[in-house]
Design a protein around this ligand. Sequence first.
Ligand SMILES: O=C(O)c1ccccc1NCC(=O)[C@H](O)[C@H](O)COP(=O)(O)O
Length: 189
Amino acid sequence: MKVKICGMRRKEDILYANILKPDYIGFIFAEGFKRQISYDLAYELKNMLDKDIKAVGVYINQPMEYIIEAVDKKIIDMIQLHGNESDEYIKELKEKVDVPIINVYRISEYADYVLYDGKNPGSGEVFDYKDIDIKKPFFIAGGINIDNVFEFKKLSAYCIDTSSGVEVNGFKDFSKMEEFIRRVRLWVI
Ligand SMILES: O=C(O)c1ccccc1NCC(=O)[C@H](O)[C@H](O)COP(=O)(O)O
């Protein structure tokens, strides 16, 4: 089972990731969110990031050219569409980039993965996972933390994703990240 730590925004966060080696980290480029970062900062952070860790760019209903720019500049290795992007949009984007696409909530034949998340991303609110209709390899997020991660592991997601669950006072915390990643990777559920 893979693990993703979303909402990285400081050099410290990347140093923690390089030691703890999650499979994925996320940069928030969606407008108006507290973890949103610029491409300049993301470029710097990506250059510090261990090459084995994939960087996912998170977008909400943003211009396609803006996303393509991040792929071309090698700021991201994967795209997470977190809005209500249409199938046509995803199809066209897929034709223009050579990186996997994660689509949130809704299964699109053009996306590589689906992500189930809470209604308010990055808020720590727990997702009601009973509603899942599993058809594609899926990421799961929404209020997942050290205390409830074993419950979510039972769903056999491709990847478990957290943001605020590994934060203290709004910033990533090394010990929480370490324990979260350890629990995801423990073979027991
Ligand atoms: O994390 C954010 O701040 C965020 C903002 C806008 C769109 C998506 C966002 N996060 C996407 C993720 O993949 C998070 O891991 C997910 O929302 C889980 O957050 P949390 O409930 O805090 O663990």
